[in-house]
Design a binder for this molecule. Structure first.
Ligand code: PMP
Length: 398
């Protein structure tokens, strides 16, 4: 039956990690990952999460199925986090939220849903975007087109190009937008720029699909949700949000995310929710219990929520400190051209390093980065920063 199956190419990022693990050189550094590591180089288990987990272990509750759209305590808390506790959309009952298998699951369920409702619509993603955006939406049957985003010359946003490309899309096209901490570039829009994008999207009758995988990783929970809040205020009839707790709760393997679909009315949101549930049912039936219970336990407790916000702030500030440290030390090593790294946001930076420089970093210095020059700033710490800086300075002068 499977004789004709050919090898499918693996994920290049996972391949890089394998090569890193096999490397026996001391002092090796993996900047190719998409995970936040703490100052000790470990994936943190947040104290707030641990508290809930210990309480759950003591309760030893049975594991029945969750509803198809997840734990209500989770989806309700998620809505408040994503849209703001005092959101008029929530008060009007216009948001249909489902717990999903990570942010990836939210994207896929959202993609399948939109394919059913808008079978002819295309989707536009930023150039570049997280590779899986193309993979997920193509797998759901979408034609995926690009809009201009990154400007290699400035290491910043090609905002004029972005507006021009969005302006050319056919009405009804789905537009995937990164809420903050753009993966892979680290280049975000300002609030002013978001306002212009929101106005354009509304005027041209495009359907925004906001991917928020890093809420709280740049400026804070509410500021990082600016795009969502502006779409909500704009009076636009419908939009979609996928959010993930993988990073903000450091719960990667628990697969905690949510899909929120905003409808024109409470009644429309209910109808949409019934179709989302059908879509989930035909995929994996219902989400898993544990991760959702952890997030809900934290978000619904005043003390644990405060503890989590503190821990989230620590992660965010550590990333900022690493960006600042890298830029400062590079400048001191005779490479002042990297100042833009401090303007970029979130875990990632398009460092501007060429493929040849990335290869040299790996071969000569045991420092692993993606061929595009993407580095994970959140994998830097005080123990590896100097090593990375002197290697980057060396390859950029050569
Ligand atoms: N969107 C973006 C932009 C991401 O970077 C990621 C994770 N790397 C996701 C979605 C998916 O997150 P999750 O791990 O929760 O599926």
């Amino acid at each position: 039956h499977f004789a004709s199956v050919e090898m499918t190419p693996g994920d290049p990022i996972l391949g890089l990690t394998e090569a890193y693990l096999a490397d026996t050189r001391p002092g090796k550094v993996n900047l190719g990952v998409g995970i936040y590591y703490d100052e000790q180089g470990r994936i943190p288990l947040l104290r707030a999460v641990r508290e809930v987990e210990q309480a759950l272990a003591l309760e030893a509750k049975p594991r029945g199925y969750l509803p198809i759209d997840g734990l209500p305590a989770y989806t309700q808390a998620t809505q408040k986090l994503v849209f703001g506790a005092d959101s008029p959309l929530l008060a009007a009952g216009r948001v249909a939220t489902s717990q999903t298998i990570g942010g990836s699951g939210a994207l896929r369920i959202g993609a399948d849903l939109l394919k059913k409702v808008l079978p002819k619509a295309k989707i536009a993603i930023s150039n570049p975007s997280w590779e899986n955006h193309r993979v997920v939406f193509s797998a759901a049957g979408f034609d995926v087109v690009d809009y201009a985003y990154y400007d290699a010359a400035t290491h910043g946003l090609d905002f004029a190009g972005m507006l021009a490309d969005l302006g050319k899309l056919e009405p009804g096209t789905v537009v995937l937008l990164h809420a903050c901490c753009h993966n892979p570039t680290g280049v975000d829009l300002t609030a002013e720029q978001w306002k212009q994008v929101v106005a354009l999207v509304k005027d041209h009758n495009l359907l925004p699909f906001v991917d928020m995988a890093y809420q709280g990783f740049d400026k804070g929970i509410d500021t990082d949700a600016t795009a969502v809040r502006l779409f909500a205020e704009s009076g636009i009839e419908s939009f979609v949000v996928a959010n993930s707790y993988s990073k903000s709760f450091s719960l990667y393997g628990e697969r905690v995310g949510a899909l929120s679909v905003v409808g024109a009315s409470r009644e429309e949101a209910l109808r949409v929710q019934s179709l989302v549930k059908r879509t989930i049912r035909s995929n994996y039936s219902s989400p898993s219990t544990h991760g959702g219970a952890l997030v809900a336990g934290v978000l619904n407790s005043v003390e644990l929520r405060a503890m989590w916000e503190q821990e989230l702030t620590e992660m965010r500030e550590r990333i900022h400190a690493m960006r600042a440290g890298m830029v400062q030390k590079l400048a001191a090593s005779g490479s002042p051209q990297f100042g833009f790294i401090q303007q970029q946001a979130g875990m990632f930076s398009y460092s501007g390093l060429s493929k040849a420089q990335v290869d040299k970093l790996r071969e000569d210095y045991a420092i692993y980065a993606i061929g595009t020059g993407r580095i994970c700033v959140a994998a830097l710490n005080h123990a590896n920063l100097d090593t990375v800086v002197s290697a980057v300075a060396a390859v950029s002068k050569a």
